[in-house]
Design a binder for this molecule. Structure first.
Ligand code: ACO
Length: 469
């Protein structure tokens, strides 16, 4: 009996959309003949039946009535049973008070404020403060936050030697991740998270230095001298100056570009437990420092299925244009299961409705291109693809809608940002979210992240000497 139990697992793959009124079998097919496991809603607890034995687990309900089964005691209570859920499609890793996301209804809120209102009315720095500290700042708090950030923005001159050593064609995400990691070496003392002051100092330090690294990553690939911004400028204006200023010209801030960039950074600022944020939390859970955790998050963001999609979208749109603009051909490729091509910028793990950020960005793309007088055929191709996908049964049935990255690259391109930098811009926007999540995890004294597994390899076997293999 005990042996049976130790080999069992509770398969949570099909729990999506679970209502708890439905009686559901949750055991993988290989164990179905052996066992009958079931779970049902009983007020504030769930009952799991394994091999005739019932176990009760509490249900946790969030402030937006999301429900989870708290399985913390599962393994100990059952003598070794675990849950398995590749890709964590049904598994919550933490409780969090930062971002609320409802993918079915297309809702996104930071600390209770709708993304639409924040993108319309707030600045990126206000949103950063909101995410990290939980409330919108007063004018005084915002001023102090900005002043402290500026006072910590100088990066050690020796960091420039590291940049020198990178090849000119290095991807700026690789540069950014390495430089963020290098900040650990230049700032070796670990943060005492129980000290508000030390925590605050670490936060303003990275908020100050990160935009410099972002700008330097771009200037490296463009062969431009590494520079600093100006203390008199706002946070986003300063980023723009550092990125775009030429050594032989005075840089003038274009208010249209500034407003669009502010909006883009706000829209990317947090997205609850996505791949990179979960990475930041899990790396930080080993008590690795903030900068080291962020560097890991940057690497996770780089992948084309995550933040790297914005670069992939633009490259895809360019390829379609070069190929004569035949969107139907690419729609067919996306639907062909024998073709690895996917419509980049479409689909989302959580949104099964319009990504609310995509709506805002689409409108902003129209405005920026109009205001700057740019006629970009890529935008027409993107709109054409979107229309076709929204009316195509393949995309409709799978609930594949444009995501945040579908239109962002078009704006970045209009701003004069090279395509390799798109994911770096995403990282710049996501920085406050990562910081907020890392801080919440450390202040919440979360245990080290260490998932379990179901072993499917060889059983014990005798070693064979090399001549007998
Ligand atoms: N083009 C064509 N088909 C797609 C696409 C797409 N972009 N996305 C999903 N599908 C199909 C899959 O082939 C699958 O079909 P099937 O049921 O017939 O096998 C079904 O839709 C479900 O797809 P999954 O990959 O299982 O969904 P998952 O939630 O694991 O993946 C993801 C979500 C990775 C975002 C996926 O939709 C994708 O690869 N999109 C393109 C990349 C992209 O835009 N990423 C950015 C996401 S936003 C962000 O990270 C900031």
């Amino acid at each position: 009996m005990l042996k049976n139990k130790l080999n069992l697992y509770f398969d949570a793959k099909n729990l999506s959309g679970f209502t708890f009124k439905i009686f559901q079998k949750l055991v993988s097919s290989q164990f179905t003949s052996l066992l009958k496991n079931k779970i049902e809603r009983m007020s504030d607890k769930a009952t799991l039946k394994i091999d005739g034995q019932e176990y009760e687990f509490p249900l946790i309900t969030g402030t937006e009535n999301e429900t989870a089964i708290d399985v913390k005691a599962l393994r100990a209570a059952t003598g070794g049973v675990i849950t398995i859920d590749p890709g964590y499609k049904n598994t919550g890793s933490c409780k969090s008070a930062i971002t609320f996301l409802n993918g079915e209804e297309g809702i996104l809120r930071y600390r209770g404020y709708s993304i639409e209102e924040l993108a319309d009315k707030a600045s990126f720095l206000e949103v950063a403060y909101l995410l990290i500290f939980g409330e919108l700042p007063t004018a005084e708090q915002l001023e102090k936050f900005h002043t402290d950030i500026k006072s910590k923005s100088i990066v050690d001159e020796d960091v420039k030697k590291i940049i020198d050593a990178f090849p000119k064609n290095a991807h700026p995400m690789g540069i950014l991740s390495s430089l963020t990691s290098a900040l650990v070496a230049f700032n070796p003392s670990s943060v005492n998270v129980d000290s508000d002051e030390e925590m605050y100092n670490a936060i303003v330090k990275i908020m100050g230095k990160f935009p410099v690294l972002v700008a330097w990553a771009m200037r490296k690939i463009e062969g431009m001298p590494l520079n600093y911004g100006s203390k008199s400028l706002g946070y986003v204006e300063n980023v723009m100056k550092m990125m775009f200023e030429k050594p032989n010209e005075d840089y003038e801030i274009n208010p249209i570009v500034k407003s669009a960039l502010d909006k883009l950074l706000i829209l990317h600022a947090d997205h609850e437990q996505n791949c990179s944020t979960s990475t930041v939390r899990i790396v930080g859970s080993s008590h690795a420092g903030l900068f080291a955790s962020l560097s890991a998050g940057i690497s996770a963001l780089w992948g084309p299925l995550h933040g790297g999609a914005n670069q992939a979208v633009l490259e895809m749109l360019e390829a379609i244009k070069e190929d004569g603009g035949d969107t139907k051909k690419y729609m067919a490729k996306a639907k062909d299961k024998n073709d690895p091509f996917r419509l980049m910028g479409f689909g989302h793990r959580v949104y099964k409705n319009f990504d609310p950020r995509a709506r805002i960005i689409k409108k902003a793309a129209d405005e920026v291109l109009n205001d700057l007088g740019i006629d970009d055929p890529i935008l027409d191709i993107a709109k054409g693809l979107e229309q076709e996908a929204l009316n195509d049964p393949y995309f409709v049935e799978r609930k594949l809608y444009p995501n945040v990255d579908f239109y962002s690259g078009i704006i970045y391109r209009a701003m004069g940002i090279p395509v390799e930098m798109f994911t770096v811009m995403f990282a710049l926007g996501r920085l406050p979210g990562w910081i907020a999540q890392w801080r919440e995890m450390r202040l919440g004294k979360e245990p080290i992240g260490r998932p379990r597994q179901i072993y499917t390899g060889e059983n014990l076997r005798a070693f064979k000497t090399i001549n007998n293999r």
